[in-house]
Design a protein around this ligand. Structure first.
Ligand code: RIB
Length: 292
């Protein structure tokens, strides 16, 4: 770690987000008229990597794109943000995509089709070296779970802090929790995962506009209020929160949560995932305004 730039390895997904906007999301069997369509690079892994980089981390991304028309833009969004993409492989076939509907309140529904993300079944010796050398390993669950377990185990064995955002929520091998230092979940995921989270040393729960809460070792708790903003689209707000949290984790839970809440709030003020992730200056400005 340089003075204030932790080395962060992000292992995860990268998708092309196919985003439609509409006043109201359709009920089952219903057709509604949309008001717009755009394509924006996304994926929980890529979003979190870019958020961690923009918040000041030195970030390497470990992931997989396909050989299709989306692959070039997906690789470019990482490199343009200053995220190291040496460990991004290309596999034959389709890249991951996400079909996203955003309604008039800014809330979304998302269907992810994994594509190349599903091919991330092996970690190479170079991947393992990046993880061992990092201060933080950050993972989500849009790639095969055994790969996440192998990465987390290697990180734990090498003193790398493991931050897991277990999203999309799913059944996980109990062994994975032995390697996790910090879990970041939203309130719905916290309910779904229930007692599995009890064993985690540091638990961060995002609560949308209400901010976030933290429970640490020995039951230490703290709560950080949300930052009021005008919401356009909540897509990627949780990823932005998590990436910023990873970049600020070395500054302690309270500062990291404040930083992450400000970053996540800013991410809701623009349409799209990667397109809405704020940089360090914007986060500092909002925090300054808010805490003044
Ligand atoms: O968390 C938001 C992300 O979820 C989107 O960018 C989409 O690609 C899905 O992975």
């Amino acid at each position: 770690m340089t003075a204030d730039a932790p080395a962060i390895a992000v292992l995860g997904s990268i998708n092309m987000d196919l985003v439609t906007t509409t006043r109201r999301r359709p009920a089952p069997g219903e057709t509604v008229l949309g008001s717009g369509f755009t394509m924006v690079p996304g994926g929980k892994g890529s979003n979190q990597a870019i958020a961690a980089r923009r918040a000041g981390g030195a970030v390497s991304f470990l992931g997989s794109v396909g050989s299709d028309v989306f692959a070039g833009d997906l690789r470019r969004v990482l490199t343009a943000a200053g995220v190291g993409a040496d460990r991004l492989r290309t596999v034959p076939g389709a890249s991951g995509i996400a079909a996203i509907v955003v309604d008039g309140t800014g809330e979304n529904s998302i269907i992810v089709v994994g594509g190349a993300n599903a091919a991330l079944t092996e970690l190479t010796s170079d991947d393992l070296a990046v993880i061992a050398a990092a201060d933080v390993l950050l993972c989500q669950l849009e790639i095969p779970v055994p790969t996440v377990v192998a990465a987390a185990r290697h990180a734990r064995a090498n003193g790398t802090v493991v931050i897991l955002n277990p999203s999309p929520v799913q059944r996980l091998p109990s062994q994975l929790w032995d390697y996790v230092d910090v879990a970041v979940v939203n309130s719905g995921e916290a309910v779904d995962l229930g007692g599995a989270l009890d064993a985690v040393e540091h638990l961060v729960v995002t609560r949308g506009a209400a901010g976030a809460t933290y429970r640490g070792p020995d039951g230490a708790e703290l709560s950080v209020p949300g930052v009021p903003v005008d919401v356009v689209d909540t897509t990627g707000a949780g990823d932005t929160f998590t990436g910023a949290l990873a970049a600020a984790w070395h500054r302690g839970p309270r500062t990291a949560l404040q930083w992450a809440c400000a970053a996540g709030a800013l991410a809701t003020t623009r349409l799209g995932a990667s397109s809405a992730i704020p940089d360090r200056e914007l986060i500092e400005a909002l925090l300054g305004e808010y805490t003044a």
